[in-house]
Design a protein around this ligand. Sequence first.
Ligand SMILES: NC(=O)c1ccc[n+]([C@@H]2O[C@H](COP(=O)([O-])OP(=O)(O)OC[C@H]3O[C@@H](n4cnc5c(N)ncnc54)[C@H](O)[C@@H]3O)[C@@H](O)[C@H]2O)c1
Ligand SMILES: [Zn+2]
Length: 361
Amino acid sequence: MKKIEVNLSDRHYPIYVGRGLLERLDLLQPHIVGTTAVIISNETVAPLFAKTVAESIARFVKVEQCILPDGEVYKDLRTVKSIFDQMLAIPCDRKTTVIALGGGVVGDISGFAAACYQRGIPYIHVPTTLLAQVDSSIGGKTGVNHPLGKNMIGAIYQPKCVVADVDTLNSLPKRELVAGLAEVIKYGLIRDPDFFDWLEKNIESLASRDPDCLEYAIERSCLNKARVVELDERETGIRAILNFGHTFGHAIENNLGYADWLHGEAVAAGMVIATEFSRRLEMLSADDSARVKRIVQRCGLPEFPPAWMTEQDFMRAMAVDKKVDAGKIRFVVLEDIGKATVIDQYPQAVLQQTLAAFLPS
Ligand SMILES: NC(=O)c1ccc[n+]([C@@H]2O[C@H](COP(=O)([O-])OP(=O)(O)OC[C@H]3O[C@@H](n4cnc5c(N)ncnc54)[C@H](O)[C@@H]3O)[C@@H](O)[C@H]2O)c1
Ligand SMILES: [Zn+2]
């Protein structure tokens, strides 16, 4: 088992990465202060793991469960209210610990519920998707969607610890696993060139769930995300590099109505477009740009947006994306493999030519 510390100005917490950790939740004992814990999970994940988690913590705490319907459509305030209703009925007090067991959806909702319940109670992430293990469980962003926008209601609220059990990924649908690899590749591209080299050698092993490779990739991804979040918890600066590929990717997701494509798939295509943009801005070499495209292809992730999308579809969606500052769309681009930077000054024609290269003429 590996332990990664996230050191923030006023708090720090560990991320544990390893195999068989759900049976070892005695690890959690120091992080659970009260006498009750509520496992928040969903109808898909709870039957797989909730019993194991409950049994390993029942030795030192009373365990309750709150099981949500599965799906991004339930990531809303109604579901949060249903959690509050159940927690008040139990009743949970200010020392109750929430255990978020599931993917990013369960994690985001549970973290937000924990941030609000009685003005904030402790919570622990037990992420069970690759995306949640390498991304959403780290950094404290919690929240839900509003009919007028994704993740529009939320809070920055850090967990007491994160327990990423690599074995839970065995039951994850392959498509979800591969989509999570897009975020793993992102860490190599934005700040860790050695990791990108390693990914180029091991990407097929990751896609076929080699446990040692997965453990290493998750640990290294967590380390990268933790180091960025430590520098900029509230995303006033450097944390924006974590959005590499996301401005184009969000535009794809937005045009698809957040259906059909998984987030990581849109991010993969978005990273290829952002890389090509970097090359056309003469910041990145053609060889490095080709490396990015190749690794995305080897994963079987998309490198092109849906064929019906137009330049206007991109521009409209990107203009409302939250990374717009004073009317200019900001982009994360690559200066090198392993070195990202944020730009808001660029010739509009280069952006148009980049998009045109990915859209049918
Ligand atoms: N807070 C953040 O910083 C942050 C960052 C990135 C994404 N997110 C959010 O994360 C969400 C996406 O998360 P996700 O990709 O994990 O999707 P998800 O939570 O919807 O999980 C994907 C599917 O896999 C199922 N599942 C989860 N673990 C499983 C397992 N071990 N075995 C079998 N099935 C399993 C889930 O029930 C679901 O059906 C989005 O809402 C996004 O906004 C948040
Ligand atoms: Zn993402």
